[in-house]
Design a protein around this ligand. Structure first.
Ligand SMILES: NC(=O)c1ccc[n+]([C@@H]2O[C@H](COP(=O)([O-])OP(=O)(O)OC[C@H]3O[C@@H](n4cnc5c(N)ncnc54)[C@H](O)[C@@H]3O)[C@@H](O)[C@H]2O)c1
Ligand SMILES: CC(C)C[C@H](N)C(=O)O
Length: 364
């Protein structure tokens, strides 16, 4: 991978490599764009096949956060971290504290939170070293685990997409195929089950599948079967790039709406599902609930205020569908336009001179 060419192509600001021999920390912080504000995005811990795969994941996820935060109306830029390692085996206190010191060194350009493989307890350890972390324990006056809030936002956004495809936003009696029943999807399934939806689930971890089967009467299938099951809605809630050349032809759903980041392997896959008449709720629009919730901590966390903003995920998905129809483009293009327009307007309005946040004459 030619790192500078890649960064130049998508206009990344910064890529930081963090290594700590004592704890085994190997982390990559990617900051994509800070036009709207400090880059806020979670920390993923995962076993990558190669360093290149980890770098690419960090970069792709960071860019997604720029668009997610912009589309959600937050005054935040986009960044993300990946820690290379197995979250079930390789974590230790020193690792997250060493990582916290690296974040502190960025002096507020990057603020972290949870993502796949990291928990509130990990964020609390990071918080021992830096204030630039959200999603820490409610005991600190913070918002805690963002996953249930992300799940609620995905549920609301799924209803908006269903309205477009089926003429009603009721999910009662609808069959929803869920890929990955981890933190977000378990909570999403709870809402869907309460509304009377039928669930088909899969996961690479048997205990996660069993929990959904027991708690929600879900039907379990093998991970390789989830794309081709008969269903109304496909909800990708595991990792990215799952809408690709191999999977598209198998999908029977009329709607794709799920929590996973970077669902389209390439943009042309977004064109392909559009041509198939599938209503696609763009990932970073529908899964913004968690970041909306943790971002509220920056103002002194207020759950009621945050949840009001999370409700807007329904309207944001509706708005994207409207733009897509108006401009005759796929929904992923409409979402990008919505986000880019906001960033560009802010970039231009910020070109006005300001001396370190103070009026230039205030130093006299
Ligand atoms: N946690 C949040 O608040 C949040 C917010 C926005 C987006 N997301 C995104 O949503 C997705 C899920 O996040 P999470 O926090 O629930 O993570 P998680 O790790 O709790 O859940 C992911 C689940 O997917 C399973 N999985 C992984 N690969 C799979 C495969 N090939 N087939 C089937 N199952 C597989 C894992 O075993 C796990 O149970 C991620 O893409 C994440 O980036 C999460
Ligand atoms: C809670 C968040 C700041 C990060 C979350 N993992 C996301 O992708 O949106």
């Amino acid at each position: 991978m030619k790192i500078f060419s890649y960064m130049e192509k998508y206009d990344y600001e910064q890529l930081v490599f963090c290594q700590d021999e004592v704890s085994g920390l190997k982390a990559i912080i990617a900051i994509h764009d800070t036009t709207l504000g400090p880059a806020l995005g979670g920390t993923r811990m995962w076993t990558y096949d190669s360093e290149e795969a980890a770098i690419e994941d960090a970069l792709r996820l960071a860019k997604g956060m720029t668009y997610k935060n912009a589309a959600a109306g937050l005054n935040l830029g986009g960044g993300k971290t990946v820690i290379i390692g197995d979250p079930r085996k390789d974590k230790n206190e020193e690792m997250f504290r060493a990582f916290g010191r690296y974040i502190q060194g960025l002096n507020g350009r990057y603020i972290t939170a949870e993502d796949v493989g990291t928990t509130v307890a990990d964020m609390d350890l990071i918080h021992e070293e830096t204030d630039y972390v959200t999603g820490i324990s409610p005991a600190f006056g913070s918002s805690g685990n963002p996953s249930p809030v992300t799940a609620y936002g995905v549920y609301r956004g799924m209803k908006a997409a269903a309205k477009e495809a089926f003429g009603t936003d009721s999910l009662e009696g609808k069959t929803i195929a869920v890929q990955g029943v981890g933190n977000v999807a378990y909570n999403m399934c709870k809402h869907l089950h309460e509304e009377g939806a039928n669930l088909i689930v899969t996961d690479i971890h048997k205990e996660s599948v069993d929990r959904a089967v027991n708690d929600f009467g879900a039907k379990a299938v093998d991970p390789s079967e989830i794309y081709s099951v008969d269903c109304d809605i496909f909800a990708p809630c595991a990792l990215g790039a799952i809408i690709n050349d191999e999977t598209i032809s198998q999908i029977k759903a009329k709607v794709i709406a799920g929590a996973a980041n970077n669902q389209l392997k390439e943009t042309r896959h977004g064109d392909a599902i559009h041509e198939m008449g599938i209503v696609y709720a763009p990932d970073y629009v529908i899964n913004a609930g968690g970041v909306i919730n943790v971002a509220d901590e920056l103002y002194g966390y207020n759950s009621e205020r945050a949840m009001k903003k999370v409700e807007q995920v329904y309207n944001n998905v509706e708005r994207v569908i409207e733009i897509a129809k108006r401009d005759n483009v796929p929904t992923y293009v409409a979402a990008d336009r919505m986000a880019e327009e906001r960033i560009e307007k802010m970039r231009r309005s910020r070109s006005q001179f300001l001396q370190n946040g103070q009026h230039i004459l205030s130093r006299r």
